[in-house]
Design a protein around this ligand. Structure first.
Ligand code: ADP
Ligand code: MG
Length: 692
């Protein structure tokens, strides 16, 4: 392994250094204006960039290029075209035009559109996003793009993210101007996405249809050794896993991903990778690359990487932490408390905007992480609860108490500094005592949104966060703009905001039963499942929010709601059908064979042990048969054809089908414990998690 990382870091990326070295100053400048303002490029400039990009990509071994985009499937999509074409004389030449760089046309008819795309117009467009660098991998030049329909409706996850970054920047800069700041022209949300995953042996994986079809085990009795007794967390990494991690790091570094931390996680066979944070757009793209390389690199090592939120019942699931802060183009993190009273005041202003945003849009944050697979994790005893609350740490909680207690602003000649936030003691940064049970924690100079599932596209929760905060900053700016006495108004604004939204702040144990009760008393929402929360996407206040900031049109929101509901329904149905298949074709026959064997043995010799096992297994067999019959019928009933309304279909699957699945699993898992290991059709939890 080459340990000279700085030498090859980003070597496959068409990054700043390459651009400066290879583009003419004129082209370089024009491109950067477009990157910073989001404006377009003239065709001449685009042609010049494309030609240079192509030559560079060919040097890196590329023969093809692809527009790389994020349709609403949750994963990325690509279609490769070679640079190759015949010249006038039929000789092969390698060419790449500005048009090919900027815009791609694709058949969008197989991507989810939620009814946006009229059937007669199946075309979709991809358009270059020059704010995320192009890169070469697997012999192709990858060009990050947005994806929209022929009529301009967005069909992807990147467009709303970029729009939300713009909205956040506009409102933050506006607010800072009102506060007297003249230097800042842009603010950028910064994101660090910590990624959890499982690694299991490919051979085990191949023998489990549930893993293959659904990404998780739908059956499996707990192994004798669970995770409690295990010392896996931060434990020494096995050589086979280390070899995988080293190769992964090298590949990611070449692609400009700042992979930084790696360690074993709490569950057996579970691990984590954390990158260094960067601007939200790049962070999202890099998380996609990371997930892809986790999978690919695993295969090379005879392993399979499970990114599912809950691959195994009874051990921890996998999440993703969206570490989020706001940074100015002058390099100041607006969520850093700073050292001076003025910095403290600026911090408190932005901090209280986030508090208010999270309180007012609990539903949207919950919604942004809502998937069938994440439902299996949220609210469990190891994952953040489904209730949104914010942990701010003891020091800040104390400061907030003090600020709120002072009912009205009283000028205090002696202690008042310009911004009038005299009640503040100096701010020790409190990032040590972290409450791991909180779904949304302030950790020193950033917020950590911990409800994301491990397979989720970070774009959606990040765009939501950007937008709801932009909205509160807008309201703040409106208030302060109209103020007669700025200092008094600022003081009052921070104080009243914290007072009115204190209910969202919670420092206790988020996993406890008492918290559920307490949250209810506080009036916080608690959406246990995806089916509960998805319909709220198009609530009036949410439509008002997203349309005001130009993130979505009403139509786009309706389409997204439809897609999410349909995806949920489809995922539940695939799980149910896989269960039916496994029970009918594997589990019942296996139990049947063994009980027949016991029956013969009993006739020969009798025996209490055999009798008890036989009786219990026969009961379980009958019960599994009844449940699987009911489940099969329910799956046949609750289809998109029979239940046309997608909200109702999701509801039905959640209320009628999932409970049957749970019962079926319990029954089969109990049988597993009574059956000879050699007669059980699939590898056990112990085999999968510990034999690696
Ligand atoms: P941990 O939560 O594992 O103890 P850290 O809090 O140091 O570790 O970092 C977790 C993640 O947060 C990393 O990906 C890191 O790059 C990211 N991070 C650190 N500072 C910021 C920031 N200001 N904005 C966004 N992300 C950040
Ligand atoms: Mg963390």
């Amino acid at each position: 392994m080459n340990s000279n990382v700085p030498e090859y870091f980003g070597s496959m990326v068409f990054n700043e250094d390459v651009m400066r070295e290879r583009l003419t100053p004129e082209v370089y400048d024009a491109l950067h204006v477009a990157m910073e303002t989001g404006g377009g490029l003239t065709i001449d400039i685009a042609n010049a960039v494309a030609a240079v990009m192509k030559d560079w990509a060919i040097e890196k071994g590329a023969t093809h290029y692809t527009h790389w985009f994020q349709p609403m499937t949750g994963i990325t999509a690509e279609k490769h075209d070679s640079f190759l074409r015949p010249d006038k004389n039929g000789h092969p030449i390698m060419s790449f035009s500005g048009k090919g760089l900027i815009k791609g046309e694709s058949d969008a008819s197989s991507f989810p559109s939620g009814g946006l795309r009229a059937t007669f117009e199946a075309r979709g467009y991809t358009a270059w996003d020059p704010t995320s660098y192009a890169f070469v991998k697997d012999g192709s030049l990858y060009i990050p793009t947005v994806f929209c329909s022929f009529s301009g409706d967005t069909l992807d996850a990147k467009t709303p993210l970029l729009r939300s970054m713009q909205a956040l920047s506009e409102q933050a800069v506006r607010l800072m101007r009102i506060c007297g700041n003249r230097d800042v022209n842009r603010v950028v949300p910064m994101v660090g996405a910590e990624q959890e995953y499982f690694l299991i042996d490919k051979e085990m994986y191949d023998r489990r249809p549930d893993l293959i079809y659904t990404g998780r085990t739908l059956f499996g009795a707990p192994s004798p050794k669970g995770q409690k007794s295990d010392h896996h967390y931060y434990g020494a990494i096995k050589p086979r896993i280390m070899a995988f991690m080293q190769e992964l790091d090298t590949e990611l570094w070449k692609l400009g991903v700042f992979s930084q931390t790696k360690h074993n996680e709490a569950a057996p066979a579970q691990h984590e990778l954390a990158p260094f944070f960067e601007n939200a757009n790049a962070a999202v793209d890099h998380n996609h690359i990371t997930m892809e390389y986790l999978r690919k690199t695993a295969e090379k090592h005879g392993l399979v990487c499970l990114l599912h939120e809950k691959p195994f019942a009874s051990v921890n699931g996998s999440g993703k932490h969206d570490n989020w802060s706001i940074c100015t183009d002058t390099g100041v993190n607006l969520l850093d408390p700073g050292n001076t009273p003025a910095e403290n005041a600026q911090f408190l202003l932005f901090f209280s905007a986030v508090i208010k945003a999270v309180d007012e849009y609990q539903d949207l944050l919950r919604l942004s992480v809502a998937t069938r697979s994440n439902d299996l994790r949220l609210g469990g005893n190891e994952a953040p609860p489904a209730i949104i609350s914010i942990y701010v740490g003891e020091v800040l909680e104390h400061i907030i108490e003090k600020l709120v207690a002072k009912e009205e602003y009283e000028p205090d000649e002696e202690h008042d500094i310009k911004l009038g936030v005299s009640a503040l003691p100096s701010f020790p940064r409190d990032s040590s005592d972290r409450n791991r049970t909180s779904p949304f924690a302030f950790t020193g100079n950033k917020f950590e949104f911990r409800m994301l599932g491990s397979s989720l596209n970070v774009a959606n929760p990040t765009a939501t966060l950007n937008t709801i905060v932009a909205e509160e900053l807008r309201k703040f700016a409106d208030k302060l703009e109209a103020a007669e006495d700025f200092d008094v108004a600022l003081n009052r604004l921070i104080r009243h905001t914290l007072r009115d939204h204190k209910r969202i702040i919670f420092g206790g144990n988020g996993y406890s039963k008492e918290w559920v009760e307490e949250a209810k008393r506080r009036g916080l929402s608690n959406y246990a499942t995806t089916a509960d929360v998805l319909p709220h996407f198009t609530d009036e206040k949410n439509v008002e929010l997203f349309t005001r900031h130009g993130i979505y049109t009403v139509q786009e929101m309706n389409s997204r709601r439809e897609i999410s509901l349909a995806t949920y329904a489809s995922n539940v149905r695939i799980e149910a059908k896989t269960m039916v298949d496994m029970v009918r074709r594997n589990y019942l026959p296996a139990i049947g064979r063994y009980t027949a064997e016991l029956d013969r043995a009993l006739q020969l010799s009798g025996g209490r042990a055999k009798r008890a096992t036989f009786d219990r297994l026969i009961a379980l067999e009958d019960s599994a048969f009844d449940t699987v019959t009911a489940l099969e019928a329910a799956v046949a009933d609750y289809t998109a054809v029979n239940v046309a309304d997608s909200e109702e279909l999701a509801r039905k699957l959640c209320d009628k089908v999932i409970p049957l699945m749970d019962t079926l699993r319990e029954t089969v898992d109990e049988a597993e414990k009574l059956m000879p290991a050699s007669d059980w059709p699939f590898p056990s939890y112990g085999d999968i998690m510990f034999k690696i």
